[in-house]
Design a protein around this ligand. Structure first.
Ligand code: BGC
Length: 435
């Protein structure tokens, strides 16, 4: 059995808006009310009842019972700053209680500061298209670090900037519902500025803080092996999704089409670790008639017919390839998200085992992987999918707020207790970590 280095973090991840409920000052609270925006017509008004019912305590008990030693949460900007420049002390006290509850249970907190949602006032004032977005964000980050810094020094500034810019500004299925590549690229450039400003705001207050981004990495493989145009299409997607933002945090440069190489002050070297959100790979084809998709097209996933349209191909080897490819940056790597929705059978467990096996393979080769966070502990509000895609190790009955373990919960516990994949689990995993 391959094992992970001492001190490896085993956790689950979630975000504030997806679990808290009773959130009334975010752009998403307006968006989810519009018919047609959420697949099942649901909303996040109760979610997992963390805010009103303090159900985070229950969930952290569950996390502890699985043997986890870390947990990823997020702070909701619209709670902390519901009106511009107005800081809500009750919200900050709530987050103090949440962080204390984690620490009391031996769960090291990893805290995200922006996870897709924004305060309503911010979005109305231009949101991430505004020239002032980065400074507004940095001021909020500073306030949070001032209030919570003694309880946490492990931060993610922004979750999946490329996914956020794409769904909100290019595809238009998330707020603010824009549909323009030009605007999407402008937003991405401002997210680089926002991240850099937040990175330095955190370090100014906490010199020893560990600060990073949770990047969404995907593997794009040519739909037909050896087909030159498919290979080029896969490279276009790889560049847009995996490199454009990431490389700006490495060398500070905004590459084409964000700009022609101008630099963002403070962005070079602005990561103390690399956060990897990895779910799928995709087979990409050249599509001459899809200028709106940059002449690329994704083949529908072939592994199962009954999966939601957002799902890609399951290919654990891609997780290995992603982290192995990041080794050159000589930074600790944390898998800050990996997960699969439940399909009512053992598929979720097999996905979990085979991805941990792929990560173990990288660790054994000396890739500096330092933690793994499954997405997610308890079914939560899945954005435009509402509650139709349930990623929890535990199912949640929203009326009673009762949590029921899925088979994947026991499997994760076994992985954590063994610090890796034992031979029996490996045999049952079903997906190769190598292909
Ligand atoms: C996001 C989560 C989301 C998960 C599952 C990630 O891209 O960060 O908020 O729930 O995917 O779709």
């Amino acid at each position: 059995m391959t094992s992970f280095p001492a001190g490896f973090l085993w956790g689950c991840g979630t975000s504030a808006y997806q679990v808290e409920g009773h959130n009334v000052d975010a752009d998403w609270s307006d968006w989810e009310r519009v018919p047609g925006h959420i697949a099942d017509g649901s909303d996040a008004s109760v979610a997992c009842d963390w805010w009103a019912g303090a159900a985070y305590r229950l969930d952290f008990d569950l996390a502890r019972s699985l043997g986890l030693n870390a947990f990823r949460i997020s702070v909701e900007w619209s709670r902390v700053e519901p009106r511009q420049g107005h800081w809500d002390e009750d919200a900050l006290s709530y987050y103090r209680r949440v962080l204390l509850a984690l620490r009391e249970r031996g769960l090291a907190p990893l805290v995200t500061l922006h996870h897709f949602t924004n305060p309503r006032w911010f979005t109305l004032a231009g949101g991430w298209e505004s020239q002032r977005a980065a400074s507004w964000f940095a001021r909020y980050v500073k306030t949070v670090a001032d209030a919570l810094g003694e309880l946490c020094d492990f931060w993610i500034t922004i979750n999946e900037p490329v996914v956020y810019a794409y769904f909100g500004y290019v595809d238009g299925v998330w707020p603010p519902g824009r549909r323009s590549f030009r605007r999407g690229f402008g937003v991405l450039a401002n997210l680089v500025r926002g991240h850099a400003a937040a990175y330095h705001a955190l370090h100014a207050l906490q010199p020893s803080a560990r600060v990073g981004v949770a990047h969404h990495f995907r593997r794009f493989l040519p739909a037909t092996r050896g087909a030159r145009l498919d290979g080029a299409a896969a490279r276009v997607r790889d560049y847009m999704m995996n490199r454009l933002f990431f490389l700006a945090t490495v060398d500070g440069r905004l590459r084409f089409p964000l700009s022609l190489g101008s630099r963002v002050r403070g962005a070079a070297g602005s990561q103390d670790f690399i956060g990897v959100n990895y779910y799928y790979s995709e087979r990409t084809a050249f599509a001459s008639r899809s200028p709106g998709q940059l002449f690329t097209r994704t083949q529908p996933p072939a592994w199962r017919a009954d999966v939601p349209s957002f799902a890609g191909d399951v290919r654990p080897a891609s997780l290995y390839e992603v982290v192995a490819g990041l080794r050159q940056y000589q930074l600790p790597i944390y898998v800050t998200e990996n997960g699969l929705f439940d399909l009512g059978d053992e598929t979720q467990s097999r996905f979990l085992v085979s991805h941990v096996a792929a990560l173990a393979r990288a660790a054994a080769e000396g890739v500096p992987v330092r933690g793994y966070f499954w997405w997610t502990l308890v079914d939560n509000f899945e954005w435009a999918e509402g509650y139709t895609a349930r990623f929890g190790l535990f199912a949640n009955d929203r009326a009673s707020q009762r949590r029921t373990p899925r088979p994947s919960a026991a499997v994760y516990e076994r992985l954590v207790r063994a610090q890796g994949v034992d031979a029996d689990l490996a045999r049952a995993s079903g997906w190769s970590a190598r292909r």
